[in-house]
Design a protein around this ligand. Structure first.
Ligand SMILES: Cc1cc2nc3c(=O)[nH]c(=O)nc-3n(C[C@H](O)[C@H](O)[C@H](O)COP(=O)(O)O)c2cc1C
Length: 396
């Protein structure tokens, strides 16, 4: 377990946790090894639920032998169960194992059910409003944590959930101008809007909480996006957040579940390499301009005009998204297979992968360090001398 630090614990559903949460990162970037290692230190470690079969050679083999939708969907549910179990084992009963589920994913209800059945401690839901999460988890003792980006969204969820007799156990507020992956904003132009500033949201929510008769102890707020130093952790915890969620710095830790090439691409990216674009979900996203993304963005306008409104068969048969720009021919959305591209990045295929990343610099520059070192730096400001890399990558 993690040694002393000066911050109050993050308290979720009666558990006292380190106030740094590891954000869920798909496809396969935060699986059991990262989430379990973070939880072992006493923090929330999050498994991203989407398409985890890529970490299991036997399941991939089954999918190759019988590449129909049901085989792939079942393989992913099996993989999620295995990953939760392995993370729990690794955590040694410490911290919390959360499962991140994107509302925009067609199988979101199945992933939620699987998280409940396999004994996850929390479900963290983003990429869409989690209005039905209380019903989906009825009868299951599990923490529920929506991800939102502005005070209006938080107020809406609180009011709707209170009517259902269920409060969120915490809420993540993710800043679209800083975070990695899909961003909670309708257009790229809007992501710098003042309504996403943490200071402003924390102040606006004071009023909302008062009106609703709830306190921060009832629903702690966790801020996410660009938190890359001890000073930033201190600033936001002093400003009224109960925790911070961190993504990119955890993705590049030794224990991160992606191929070493993935970590190199993220760690070596310069500010001018990091771009925003419209994903196939219709949401803006942030990633490193690697060769595939550079090519795609060069041709984006032409592709959209030429074939943007033509429906095509899902290239993987997974049909991963409820609405997909490529499959459904939605002109203003992106037009590529996100599952194929993210899986290539996980395997370290720099030429063909899509490498999601947050906008800010990393706490250790371009060095790959351990989860313990990262937590220690964020919580105490102390940087330990580096020791030889301990972890190895295997897609099995
Ligand atoms: C590689 C990568 C993949 C991500 N995938 C997901 C995801 O599947 N679901 C999700 O809710 N957030 C996802 N995120 C967002 C992170 O959980 C986190 O909230 C965000 O990255 C925080 O910003 P930071 O990277 O600046 O710390 C992803 C981020 C990265 C960098």
């Amino acid at each position: 377990m993690f040694p002393n630090h000066s911050f109050a614990p993050l308290q979720i559903r009666g558990r006292r946790l380190l106030p740094v949460v590891q954000g869920g990162m798909g496809v396969g970037i935060s699986a059991h090894r990262l989430a379990g290692s973070v939880a072992r230190e006493g923090a929330v470690g999050t498994i991203a639920s989407i398409d985890l079969r890529h970490h299991h050679a036997d399941l991939l083999e089954e999918c190759r032998a019988n590449p129909g939708h049901d085989t792939l969907a079942n393989a992913n549910l099996t993989a999620l169960g295995r990953e939760i179990e392995a993370a729990r084992k690794l955590s040694d009963g410490n911290g919390m194992i959360a499962v991140n589920v994107m509302k925009a994913v067609a199988a979101h209800a199945d992933y939620v059910r699987s998280a409940c059945e396999n004994g996850a401690d929390a479900i963290v839901m983003g990429a869409g409003l989690p209005l039905d999460l209380p019903e989906l988890t009825q009868g299951c003792d599990i923490a529920l944590i929506p991800i939102l980006s502005d005070a209006r969204g938080v107020a809406l969820i609180l009011k709707k959930w209170i009517k259902k007799g269920r409060l969120p156990d915490a809420i993540v507020i993710e800043h679209p101008a800083h975070a990695g992956g899909h961003l909670g904003v309708t257009s790229i132009e809007d992501m710098g809007n003042e309504r996403f500033e943490f200071d402003r949201i924390l102040a606006e929510l004071e009023e909302v909480y008062k009106t609703l008769g709830i306190t921060r102890a009832d629903v702690p707020l966790i801020v996410a996006g660009g938190i890359n130093s001890h000073e930033a952790v201190r600033k936001w915890l002093q400003a009224g957040a109960s925790g911070v969620q961190v993504g990119t710095p955890f993705a590049v830790t030794e224990e991160g579940d992606a191929h070493p090439n993935f970590k190199r691409v993220l760690a070596d990216a310069k500010p001018e390499d990091i771009v925003e674009f419209v994903s196939v979900t219709g949401l803006p996203a942030r990633a490193v301009k690697t060769p595939w993304l550079e090519r795609y963005l060069r041709n984006e306008a032409r592709v959209r005009a030429k074939i943007g409104s033509i429906k095509v068969a899902c290239p993987t048969t997974l049909e991963c998204l409820t609405a997909c720009g490529l499959r459904d021919g939605i002109e203003k959305f992106g037009h590529f297979c996100i599952d194929t591209r993210l899986a290539a990045a996980l395997r370290g295929d720099v030429a063909n992968g899509l490498f999601f990343r947050g906008r800010e610099s990393l706490p250790f520059g371009n060095a790959i360090r351990s989860v313990r070192d990262l937590l220690e730096l964020l919580l105490t400001g102390v940087t330990r001398p580096a020791v030889a890399c301990r972890a190895a990558f295997a897609l099995t």
